[in-house]
Design a protein around this ligand. Structure first.
Ligand SMILES: Cc1cc2nc3c(=O)[nH]c(=O)nc-3n(C[C@H](O)[C@H](O)[C@H](O)COP(=O)(O)OP(=O)(O)OC[C@H]3O[C@@H](n4cnc5c(N)ncnc54)[C@H](O)[C@@H]3O)c2cc1C
Length: 506
């Protein structure tokens, strides 16, 4: 067993995962030379192999990651051609013609600790003309009006009752973080790894061999090699758990098109006959893609669906990705930790992959090993990541399972498929009682579950009996007051386009 602290961390891969991993590690470890604790962070990437080149919509947690690195928002938005994202608009999910929005943030203030959407359900039962529950979500109303500003400090009000994320150009974000990581002392090696050298004694990775003959040693190896999973699969043989019986889409075609106005402050997800299509607006172009199931749609038909529904002129040929939804059973084995696509893949319906990368890095830094690599650290990392992946998986399956579409074999399969037990419990709980279970405290929160369940038209058979104890007049005044206040606040906000233009001038 080796002693002492890590002296060299080697990151394999320079895609989004590699640079998201390198930046905080460089900041944390490379500057500690004065304390005698210097740890080198080296990233190897291959221009011959390249990156997956997609992954442009995010969740609000990216803001905490950027803040943790001290990255200024104006600079980041300018250099990555970013736009703002208040949530996702779902079209034709559940049934043809259906439309709903998953906004970031809460529905207006709760009454006696009970969520506003629950009172809305009660009132709506008596007043069918009541506006949609979505009108009590600031983020959703901002999106509907194409408005954007950042949350205003101060007391709780509609002006700060929302959250937001970004859409960005993935290659520019990678380049941004590369500059950051190199500026904080990380080293970059351009080369293609052709052999992984493991120790005959304990199976740990000792070194990587590049095609030009170089041998790169390290203590900890982080596998960010994408779907190739060079170390975690190739060298460590960590098995892959296949979830495609629950999430059967296995291919995607992606194509950018010319940007058309208005630049929506949200992602659009449109359900198609055998999958769904994304639309991600950036400042300089719009990203589009079709995620589909090859058992129900062939590649040529998929390309026709995608190219036939762009809202601007295509700027390239569609590029295909093939994948199997699932996760690496153990993402940390011996001295190898997999982060990014090498550790698993969940389709981008709720833009969760980059969040899972950031989550992996933050858990790795919290469980940073020394050179003895105590097995309990790997076990704890694997336990936490399994939990995270499964909770995201269940949230995504929810969108497919609750569909009532019977216009294609694909949708009939999805509505009839069996689902994981926790998700079945969540759906039954909501259907029977109007309550939402918090399955994972760090995962999607109650307003997100409620948005999807209500958006897919699940009407609870019963509601929380406590709601009946609250004076209906008080509830009505509260609901209408919040509604007015959200409408007024949103009307006073700048448009998304003018906010971005102003930011560009600063
Ligand atoms: C269709 C699709 C859409 C997506 N949309 C979203 C989204 O909207 N939001 C989101 O959060 N995520 C999304 N994702 C996921 C996101 O793209 C990835 O999580 C992210 O890009 C990280 O990829 P990566 O860095 O793990 O792999 P890659 O980008 O594939 O990078 C792999 C790196 O490993 C290097 N490498 C591989 N083999 C070798 C070798 N032998 N020697 C040296 N280097 C090597 C390559 O050079 C490259 O630098 C999407 C994914 C797909 C497939």
């Amino acid at each position: 067993m080796r002693n002492g602290n890590l002296r060299k961390i080697v990151i394999v891969g320079g895609g989004t995962a590699g640079w998201i991993t390198a930046a905080p590690l460089a900041r944390m470890l490379c500057g500690q030379a004065e304390a005698g604790q210097h740890c080198q962070v080296t990233l190897i990437e291959s221009s011959e192999i390249g990156t997956v080149g997609v992954g442009e919509a995010t969740l609000p947690t990216i803001r905490f990651y950027n803040q943790m690195l001290g990255i200024g928002e104006d600079d980041f938005v300018r250099k990555t051609q970013a736009s703002f994202k208040l949530g996702i608009e779902f079209r034709h999910w559940g049934r043809l013609g259906n439309r709903f929005f998953h906004g970031f943030g809460d529905f207006g203030p709760a009454i006696h600790n009970r969520p506003l959407w629950a009172y809305w359900l009660r009132m709506r039962a008596q007043e069918p003309t009541l506006p949609s529950y979505e009108e009590w979500s600031t983020a959703t109303m901002m999106a509907a009006g194409m408005r954007f500003t950042t949350p205003q400090p101060g007391e709780q009000s509609p002006a700060n009752a929302f959250n937001y994320a970004y859409h960005f150009d993935a290659s520019l974000y990678g380049a941004y973080l590369r500059e950051y990581a190199l500026g904080h002392g990380a080293q970059r090696i351009e080369g293609t790894i052709v052999r992984v050298e493991t120790s005959p004694e304990n199976g740990f990775v000792d070194a990587l061999h590049l095609s030009d003959g170089r041998r790169i040693e390290g203590d900890l190896f982080i596998d960010c090699s994408g779907f190739r999973a060079l170390l975690i699969d190739g060298a460590m043989n960590s098995p892959y758990e296949d979830w495609s019986h629950w999430l059967p889409c296995d291919r995607a075609l992606a194509v950018p098109c010319k940007r058309m106005d208005p630049m929506t402050p949200y992602t659009t997800s449109t359900a198609q006959s055998a999958g769904w299509q994304w639309r991600i607006p950036l400042q300089h172009r719009t990203g589009n893609g079709l995620v589909y199931c090859s058992s129900y749609l062939d590649d040529d038909a998929a390309a026709n669906v995608l190219l036939g529904s762009l809202d601007g002129e295509p700027l390239d040929q569609p590029r295909q990705q093939r994948f199997t939804t699932g996760r690496r059973k153990q993402a940390w084995v011996k001295n190898v930790v997999a982060i990014g696509l090498s550790s698993g893949f969940l389709e981008p319906l709720e833009s969760t992959s980059i969040q899972l990368i950031m989550d992996g890095v933050s858990r790795l830094t919290a469980l940073l090993p020394d050179r003895s690599f105590q097995p309990a650290l790997a076990a704890e990392f694997n336990r936490q990541m399994a939990y995270r992946y499964e909770s995201v998986r269940d949230f995504i399956i929810l969108h497919y399972k609750l569909g009532e579409r019977d216009d294609s074999e694909f949708w009939r399969y999805c509505s009839n498929m069996s689902i994981p037990d926790d998700l079945a419990h969540q759906i039954t709980l909501f259907r029977q009682t109007g309550r939402v279970a918090i399955l994972e405290p760090e995962g999607f929160e109650e307003p997100s579950w409620a948005s999807i369940l209500l958006g897919l038209s699940v009407v609870p058979q019963r509601l929380d009996p406590y709601l009946d104890l609250v004076d209906p007049n008080l509830v009505r005044r509260h609901l209408m007051g919040v509604h007015d206040s959200i409408s007024r606040t949103v009307r006073s906000m700048p448009t998304h386009a003018s906010f971005l233009a102003e930011m560009g001038r600063r």
